[in-house]
Design a protein around this ligand. Sequence first.
Ligand code: PLP
Length: 388
Amino acid sequence: MKEIYLDNSATTPLCEGAIEAMGRAMRTYGNPSSLHTMGHEAQKLVDAAREGIGSALGVRMMKPGELIFTSCGTEANNLAIFGVAYAKARRVANKIVTTDSEHPSVEKSLRMLEADGFEVVRISTRGGVLNFEQLENALDEKVLLLTMMMVNNETGAAYDLSRVFRLAKERCPSAVTHCDAVQGFLKLRFSPTAIGADLVSISAHKIHGPKGVGALYVNREILKQKKLAPRLFGGGQEFGFRSGTENVIGIVGFGAAVRETGRGLDEKLQRMASLREYALLKLSALDVTLNVPIGDCAPHILNFTLPRIKSETMLHYLSGEGIYVSSGSACSSHSHAPSPTLLAFGLSPSDAENSIRVSLSEYNTEEEIDRFVECLKNGLGVLVRVRK
Ligand code: PLP
């Protein structure tokens, strides 16, 4: 039985380029902080990856500190949020503006800050559309940080962050703008400068790189004005923002994945978007409800609700057929509560519990979608009978 992997928002298979580059890097075991030749060699590998990732983000002539390697997207989000909140110069303003459907690495960080006296305003994303009226009302001189995801990991909704951040720069020019681009990097064309993001989080394992490595882009003005404080203290690696010996092999894999995934990107994205449309068309013939965002969407994520069948039940049925999808996001799938993101989208708690996410990569094909839809159809027949 050929396995069909449709859970690429949870993680992606490693690309050949990353496997090869990491294999080679495993033989370079120097510590980048060591002053001898082996240390320099390791540092050169890290710097080359930084340069390549910076250029994929459209950052020219990167200054030291403009891209900080972390252990994952979660850590990059935590560094951005706590780093801005606790940078000494920033304690005058204490309001943080975000959405009501952020990834737990953002939402749970913000809850910690709320408990510590920060004010957090969550803008509605009902129907996958950001409520600009609420946003305009929330943006004032008290805003310290605006943190918003580029692409929602459960619905695929893509937000117009250039408009959001432009508005923020007009209304509260000293506020820092942060974008969680973990699901947007190499899925939508953007550069931090073009969208007005001061900080951008990305993660390697969502773009065919290894797990356990991410990065935070930091605009040079933020560095100059000391608006970001470190969260890990120690040997002062990563320009003092993230102490701890670098994951050299992972970083090399990240750089190689960005290179390989970024090659011919426009065509890959076009193909992925067409495959998503194809899947939506096929699914619309079944007894399921498509949860398609009203506004813009990323090319790789789609979500639908089953007719009174728990998503977990269907997920196990499909898994038995060698087809892998997700119920909500992988990160929250251990929680039995309905997904807050789907509730924010406008689904009832029971519909949220009956929803399936399909997420594509450049490696998926129409034949795979055909087999998935066929198995889903059979599953609906079997499981509806069991339900009765
Ligand atoms: N932000 C979003 C939107 C995500 O989808 C994820 C992971 O699913 C993360 C952050 C966390 O990334 P990581 O798994 O690298 O910690």
